[in-house]
Design a protein around this ligand. Structure first.
Ligand code: HEM
Length: 426
């Protein structure tokens, strides 16, 4: 059932860029062997089936650590897991990349910080942000619509997602444009023959900036989320301090930024590749939310959710030993034929359309999912209403029967490296 020796020609999911070019094919290949398969390069238990993924999500509070949620098996742990693994993680956390961020916290520390952050995402704040999104989308669409063509990731999606999350937090208007270029490279870059490289945390650039905002808000409170974060305490009344709060703000910003941009780009790709879908959506715009769910299932912007087993645990009927790395592959789970009928077809009418795991599940499930869904919906509503035909540029991506797209070379994120589209204006 589990194969632990690399065979000639086998592909290393975590290092080989080839995987990114045919993700469904690669993950389907793993699942056909076993939905919980121990891959041979890094000894990772790759989860590609729905039932097995649910085993991970349901047991994640007591059986797994999320300390490796971002980086997965690379670089290797700075310790050999044994005995009390939680204590080992606590001792070595500072040597483990990316572990400053909420997604990698465990247990009560995670629950308390997550509760504090969730409290800030009030209905009132999200509603005000939605009003902003409508205005922003109008402005961005107006700025490109007459051109009849654009590269959607740079010319539209990146600006949309960055400015939306900046508004949600309350970043001053005059600073927002500079945020469009403030991010560094994505984490977990693959490096072809050189193997992997877990890049420097791109959010580090933002830390000082958010620390400064939080200090300013303590001195001069405003009606914004940064002020509420600066003043917030954990549920036991303790204040985690501005350094930690700046990390939380940075992560919220980073998590909300290019994930949503990737979803926008994939939505346009589907619209271009399936013209009959856009015709239907123009006549039934209230089906756009279901369309967005199916895009999330089809092309999940976050492709791996990694966990460290704190004890021996069963996942999908497979025994996973204490200390092992388990990686839930969202793209594999989302196309499990035991759960999604005809999984390789794009069908937003399927009854299971919201069952994907693209926002994860359980204690670490995405807290920004409502915002992501809203901003992509508003963008699509406006774009579809202002156009009669959205097409993939054949000059850049080839004809419909021979498309070529390239994908970002990371094992954590799934995104298009540019998408050129054209349209006819209403
Ligand atoms: C299409 C857009 C998005 C996708 C696909 C996405 C995906 C995810 C996934 C898969 C996780 C869980 C990681 C894990 O279980 O290890 C997550 C966590 C998180 N997301 Fe999102 N996300 C998106 C948008 C957003 C937005 C807009 C925000 C901010 C408003 C956000 C904030 C967060 C935060 C703070 C966490 C950490 C939650 C925790 O660990 O408790 N995300 N996201």
């Amino acid at each position: 059932m589990s194969e632990t020796t690399a065979k000639p020609g086998e592909i290393d999911f975590f290092a080989d860029v080839e995987v990114t070019q045919n993700l469904p094919g690669y993950l389907g290949g793993l699942r056909s062997k076993c939905p919980v398969l121990r891959e041979p390069f890094h000894d990772v238990y790759m989860v590609t089936g729905m039932a097995a993924a649910m085993d991970v999500f349901q047991q994640q509070a007591d059986a797994f650590s999320s300390s490796i949620a971002v980086t997965g098996p690379l670089p290797p742990l700075p310790f050999t897991p044994s005995g009390d693994i939680r204590a080992q993680i606590a001792e070595h956390r500072s040597e483990m990349p990316w572990t400053d961020h909420l997604a990698t916290y465990d247990g009560e520390e995670h629950a308390a910080h997550r509760a504090m952050m969730s409290q800030l995402l009030t209905h009132k704040r999200l509603k005000a942000n939605e009003d902003y999104v409508h205005g922003l989308v109008e402005q961005l669409v107006d700025s490109i619509i007459d051109r009849g063509a654009c590269e959607i990731t740079e010319d539209f999606a990146h600006a949309l997602s960055t400015l939306v999350i900046a508004d949600l937090l309350g970043v001053p208007e005059e600073d927002r444009q500079s945020l469009l270029v403030a991010m560094g490279p994505d984490p977990t870059q693959m490096d072809g023959d050189q193997g992997f490289k877990v890049g420097p945390d791109p959010l580090v650039h933002l830390h000082d900036r958010f620390h400064r905002y939080l200090e300013q808000r303590l001195r001069e409170p405003k009606d914004d989320m940064l002020t509420e974060l600066a003043q917030a305490t954990l549920r036991d009344g303790t204040d985690p301090g501005l350094t930690r709060k700046a990390c939380l703000a940075c992560f919220l910003f980073g998590a909300g930024q290019d994930t949503s941009a990737r979803l926008v780009a994939f939505s346009f790709r589907v619209l271009g590749d399936f013209p009959e879908v856009q015709t239907k959506l123009r006549s039934e715009p209230d089906r756009i939310p279901a369309f967005v769910e199916e895009v999330l299932r089809f092309e999940p912007p976050v492709k791996t959710l990694s966990r460290l087993a704190l004890r021996d645990v069963e996942v999908g009927g497979v025994s996973v030993p204490k200390g092992a790395t388990v990686t839930v592959c969202t793209g594999g789970v989302n196309r499990d034929p035991d759960h999604f009928a005809d999984p390789d077809s794009f069908d937003y009418d399927r009854s299971t359309v919201r069952d994907h795991v693209s926002f994860s599940r359980g204690s670490h499930a995405c807290i920004g999912a409502p915002l992501a869904r809203m901003e992509v919906r508003v963008a699509l509503e406006r774009f579809l209403a202002n156009t009669t035909d959205i097409r993939i540029s054949e000059a850049h991506h080839g004809p419909p029967d021979d498309r070529s797209y390239s994908y970002e070379p990371t094992y954590l994120l799934h995104g298009l490296q540019g998408l050129h589209v054209e349209w006819d204006k209403v």
